[in-house]
Design a protein around this ligand. Structure first.
Ligand code: SF4
Length: 349
C-alpha cells in the first residue's frame, strides 16, 4: 500500500467499520468481530483476531494500527499504591495510579496528555497540554488497571476516578465513549455507579453531563469559594466563575438527583481560614454535597505547603457544625508522586 499512513482503528465506530469492511469485500458481521477483539478482548495485534480470514487480517494490517499503550515503568508506594508511566503510540507519556484499599482497588485515569488549565497547586499544569486522549486510550488504562489489580491484589478494580492528568470535561466526547465501552457488554460491563468524573468546574460540560443524564458521579475540584482567590489559584475560574458553576451544579442536581462531591485541597495560609470555611459552607448550600478535604502533597514545582493538623481540624469542625458531610482524604502514593496533583511525568521519547 506504499506510503498511505495507517489509521487508528479504534476511532472507527461500529457503523464506520462496517462500511469499511463491506467496501473491502468482506461480510458486514466482520466489523462486530473486529470490535470485540479490539475492546472486549483488548488484543495487541491483528494476528490475534483468530476468527478472521488470514487474507483479511493482512488487509487490516495494510490500513490500520492498534494504538496500544505500553507500560514502561511501575513504582510501588509504601502504602501499596502503584503508579504507572505509560507510553502512547505517538511516544507521548501519561500516568495512571492504582490505589488499593481493603478488598477494593481504584484506578485514577488520565484524560489528556498534560493539561492546559494551569491550576497553581498542580504538578500536571507544569507539563503543559499536548492533546486529548482517545476513548481507546482511556479504556485501555482501565482495562490494563483491571489486569494489574488482579495480579497485584487478587481482585479486579472496583472504582474508576477520572482524576489523573487533564480535565475530562474538556475531552467530553471521548470520555463518554470510553465510559460507554467500560460500562456495556461491548467492553468491560462495569457499573456506571463505580465511576467518578472529577472536574475543575467546566460549566458547559457539567450542563451537558446533566442533559445526558449520565449516571456517573461528579466531583468538583473547588479549592476555594472566594471568587478572586479561586481565579488566582485556578485560572479557569475567570471564564467559568463561581456563580455560573453554582448554577450549573444546581441544574445538574435537578436533572440527575445525584449528590455532588466537592474536593477541597487545604493550602497553608491560602484557603484554610475559618472565613474560607464559611464561604465553602455557603457555596455548598444550594445542592446536596459530600466534601472531601484533601491534604496538599508537595511536588518539585510546588509554591504552596500543606495546612497543619490543628488548622485542618478547625476547618473540618466548622463545616461539620454546619451539618455538612465532610471526609478527610489522606492521600495515597505520596512517596512516589502519585497523589492528587502530583502527576507530572514528562519524558523524551
Ligand atoms: S488540577 Fe486538573 S485541571 Fe487543574 S491543572 Fe491539574 S490536571 Fe489540569
Amino acid at each position: 500500500m506504499g506510503n498511505i499512513p495507517l489509521l487508528d482503528i479504534s476511532t472507527f465506530n461500529d457503523e464506520q467499520l462496517s462500511v469499511w469492511v463491506v467496501a473491502h469485500f468482506e461480510k458486514a458481521f466482520r466489523a462486530k468481530q473486529i470490535s470485540e477483539w479490539l475492546w472486549k478482548k483488548n488484543v495487541s495485534s491483528f494476528d490475534e483476531m483468530s476468527n478472521l480470514p488470514s487474507g483479511f487480517i493482512q488487509t487490516l494490517k495494510e490500513h490500520f494500527y492498534i494504538p496500544k499503550i505500553k507500560i514502561a515503568e511501575k513504582q510501588v508506594s509504601s502504602d501499596g499504591s502503584i503508579k504507572y508511566a505509560m507510553q502512547l503510540h505517538d511516544k507521548h507519556w501519561i500516568e495512571m495510579v492504582l490505589i488499593p484499599s481493603k478488598k477494593r482497588s481504584t484506578v485514577c485515569v488520565s484524560s489528556q496528555v498534560g493539561c492546559g488549565l494551569n491550576c497553581r497547586f498542580c504538578a500536571t499544569a507544569h507539563v503543559g497540554f499536548s492533546r486529548n486522549l482517545t476513548a481507546y486510550e482511556m479504556y485501555e488504562q482501565v482495562f490494563r488497571a483491571n489486569q494489574e489489580s488482579m495480579v497485584h491484589f487478587g481482585h479486579p478494580i472496583s472504582n474508576i476516578v477520572w482524576m489523573g492528568m487533564g480535565e475530562p470535561l474538556l475531552n467530553y466526547e471521548n470520555v463518554m465513549q470510553a465510559i460507554d465501552y467500560i460500562t456495556t457488554a461491548k467492553g468491560m460491563g462495569m457499573s456506571k455507579d463505580r465511576i467518578t468524573l472529577s472536574s475543575c468546574g467546566i460549566v458547559k460540560g457539567i450542563r451537558q453531563l446533566a442533559d445526558d443524564k449520565s449516571k456517573v458521579h461528579l466531583a468538583i475540584s473547588l479549592h476555594s469559594a472566594h471568587l478572586e482567590q479561586r481565579s488566582d489559584i485556578m485560572p479557569i475560574n475567570k471564564s467559568n466563575p463561581l456563580p455560573a458553576l453554582s448554577n450549573a451544579l444546581v441544574y445538574y442536581y435537578q436533572k440527575t438527583n445525584q449528590r455532588i462531591t466537592i474536593e477541597y485541597l487545604l493550602l497553608n495560609g491560602e484557603n484554610d481560614s475559618l472565613e474560607h470555611a464559611r464561604l465553602l459552607a455557603i457555596f455548598c448550600k444550594r445542592f446536596p454535597v459530600k466534601i472531601n478535604i484533601i491534604e496538599y502533597n508537595p511536588h518539585p514545582y510546588a509554591v504552596f505547603s500543606a495546612t497543619n493538623k490543628q488548622q485542618q481540624a478547625l476547618f473540618i469542625d466548622y463545616l461539620k457544625n454546619k451539618n455538612l458531610v465532610v471526609n478527610l482524604r489522606l492521600s495515597k502514593g505520596k512517596d512516589i508522586a502519585a497523589a492528587c496533583g502530583q502527576l507530572a511525568k514528562k519524558r523524551q521519547a
